[in-house]
Ligand binder design. Structure first.
Ligand SMILES: *Cc1c(COP(=O)(O)O)cnc(C)c1O
Length: 446
C-alpha cells in the first residue's frame, strides 16, 4: 500500500475499534480507507478501484452515490432532517409505510419503524411475546433454524445459531430452541426438515411464541439455501399450532432472491416481516417490522389496560432514511428492476458453471442475485477465506468470503463486463489456492 492509504490507516487504527474484526489482524492485513464510491466501484485514497461484490455488507442496491437517491436526500435535508415519531409524524414515513404495505404479502398491514436490522428483530420478538400475553397466554420461548443469523443484540443473537457470534454470550441469552434447516435446495430436504418442525411444534407449541426464519437464504450462515416448499409447510404448521411466523427478510428482501421478497417464491404471508439493509438502497440505517391487523388489534385498547407496545428508538423513522427508501422503491419501478435482474442472474449462473470444475470447489449454489461457491479440502485454521479476500483486493474486487464460502451479492447496477471482472478474479483466486495445495504447500497465503 502506498503513503496516503497507509497514513489514513494508521490514523484510523489509533482510535477505531472495527466491527467483526480481530484488530490484531491489521498488523499484517491492510485496512482499506475508502475515499469515494460510484456505481459498483469503491476508490481508496490513492485512486485504486475495487468492485463492491458484496454490496457493502448486503445493503447497497443501486450503486454508490446514486444520483437519484442523492437528490432525494438533498431535498429532504433542507426540509426536515428529523422529528420524533411519537405524537408527531412526517410525510416520508407516511408515504413509505403505504408503499411497503402495498408491496409486501397481503396480510401485512401495519408498519412499525425501527432503525437497524437487529433492533427490528428485537421489536418483532417482543411484539410476538406481548401479543400472546395480551391474549392471556404465556409463551416465552422462540424457535429458529439451525445455522440461522438474525443480528447480534442479545435477543437477536439468541435466535441465531452461528457459533462464532453466539457461543461466548450463551449465559446472557433468552430462551430459544432450534430445528434443523433443510440441508440443501431440494424439495426432499424441505420435506424432511418439515417433519422435524412438526415434531417440535407438536411437543412445545404451547411455550413457543414465534418461529423466526430467514426465507430461502441464510446469509451469515454461509449463504446456505433451501427450497420454497419449506416456507409453505412452515406457514401451514405455524398457523395450525398457534405460533407466529416471523420472516426475517433483512437480507433477502428487495429483490435479492429474484422476487421482491423471498416469501413470494412460496406465496406465503407471515405474521411479521422484518426489513432493513436494502430498504434505503444502502444509504442510511432504517428498519421496519411489518405485521397484521390481528397483531395490531391485540394492543389496541384504553391506555389503562396497559397493553400498548412501548418500544422506541430515538431515530425511529428518520425522514432522511425514509426518503432514501422512497427513492429506492421508485427506482425499482422506474427501471423494472426485478425483471432486469432475471437477465443478470441468468448471466451469473452461466459464469458460475466453470467454478464447478475446480478440484477445490465442493459445490456452487444460486438464488436470484446471490451466488455462492463452497470450497473444500481446507482446515478452518488456514483461514482460506482471508486468502481469497486478499487476492480480491490485490486485483480490484471486494470479496469477503464467509469461512470457506466465496459469494457474490453485487449491487443491481453491475454490468456484464463488471460481472466478468468480479467472477474472473474470484475464479483465479480460488484456482491459485488449488495450485498451492497441489504443490504440497497447504499454507494458503499469497
Ligand atoms: C444483517 C442481518 C440482520 C441484522 O441487521 P443489522 O442491521 O446488521 O443489525 C438480521 N437478520 C438478517 C437476516 C441479516 O442479514
Amino acid at each position: 500500500m502506498n503513503n496516503r492509504n497507509i497514513k489514513m490507516m494508521n490514523r484510523d487504527l489509533e482510535v477505531i475499534w472495527h466491527p467483526c474484526t480481530q484488530m490484531k489482524d491489521h498488523e499484517s492485513l491492510p485496512l482499506i480507507p475508502v475515499k469515494s464510491g460510484k456505481g459498483v466501484w469503491l476508490y481508496d485514497f490513492e485512486g485504486n478501484a475495487y468492485i463492491d461484490a458484496i454490496s457493502s455488507w448486503w445493503v447497497n442496491l443501486f450503486g454508490h452515490a446514486n444520483p437519484y437517491i442523492n437528490n432525494r436526500i438533498k431535498e429532504q435535508v433542507d426540509t426536515l432532517e428529523h422529528v420524533l415519531l411519537a405524537g408527531f409524524t412526517h410525510e416520508p414515513a407516511i408515504e413509505l409505510a403505504h408503499r411497503l404495505v402495498a408491496l409486501t404479502p397481503k396480510t401485512l398491514q401495519k408498519v412499525f419503524y425501527v432503525d437497524n436490522g437487529s433492533s427490528a428483530i428485537e421489536a418483532a420478538l417482543k411484539m410476538s411475546y406481548h401479543y400472546h400475553r395480551n391474549n392471556g397466554k404465556n409463551k416465552s420461548l422462540f424457535l429458529s433454524l439451525t445455522n440461522s443469523y438474525h443480528g447480534e443484540t442479545i435477543g437477536a443473537l439468541s435466535v441465531g445459531d452461528v457459533a462464532l457470534y453466539k457461543e461466548t454470550y450463551e449465559p446472557l441469552l433468552i430462551a430459544n430452541v432450534q430445528v434443523p434447516v433443510p440441508k440443501d435446495q431440494t424439495p426432499k430436504a424441505a420435506e424432511e426438515a418439515l417433519k422435524a418442525l412438526e415434531a417440535m411444534l407438536e411437543a412445545r407449541a404451547g411455550e413457543i411464541a414465534a418461529f423466526i426464519i430467514e426465507p430461502l437464504i441464510q446469509g451469515a450462515g454461509s449463504m446456505h439455501m433451501y427450497h420454497p416448499d419449506y416456507l409453505v409447510g412452515a406457514r401451514r404448521l405455524t398457523q395450525q399450532y398457534d405460533v407466529h411466523l416471523i420472516a426475517d427478510e433483512i437480507m433477502t428482501g428487495f429483490g435479492r432472491t429474484g422476487e421482491m421478497f423471498a416469501c413470494e417464491h412460496a406465496g406465503i404471508s407471515p405474521d411479521f416481516m422484518t426489513l432493513s439493509k436494502g430498504l434505503t438502497g444502502g444509504y442510511l440505517p432504517l428498519s421496519v417490522v411489518m405485521t397484521t391487523d390481528e397483531v395490531y388489534s391485540a394492543f389496541y385498547c384504553d391506555y389503562n389496560e396497559y397493553k400498548a407496545f412501548l418500544h422506541s428508538h430515538s431515530y425511529t423513522g428518520n425522514p432522511l432514511a425514509c426518503s432514501a427508501a422512497l427513492a429506492t422503491l421508485e427506482l425499482f419501478e422506474r427501471d423494472n428492476v426485478i425483471e432486469a435482474n432475471r437477465e443478470k442472474s441468468r448471466y451469473i449462473a452461466q459464469k458460475l458453471e466453470r467454478f464447478k470444475r475446480l478440484d477445490n470447489v465442493a459445490s456452487v449454489r444460486q438464488q436470484g442475485m446471490v451466488a455462492a461457491v463452497e470450497l473444500k479440502g481446507y482446515d478452518p485454521k488456514e483461514r482460506i477465506g482471508l486468502s481469497v479476500y486478499r487476492y480480491g483486493l490485490e486485483h480490484g474486487v471486494l470479496l469477503r468470503p464467509l469461512g470457506s464460502v466465496v459469494y457474490f451479492m453485487p449491487p443491481y447496477v453491475i454490468t456484464e463486463e463488471e460481472i466478468n471482472t468480479m467472477m474472473d478474479v474470484a475464479y483465479e483466486g480460488i484456482k491459485k489456492l488449488e495450485i498451492k495445495k497441489w504443490n504440497g504447500k497447504r499454507k494458503a497465503i499469497f
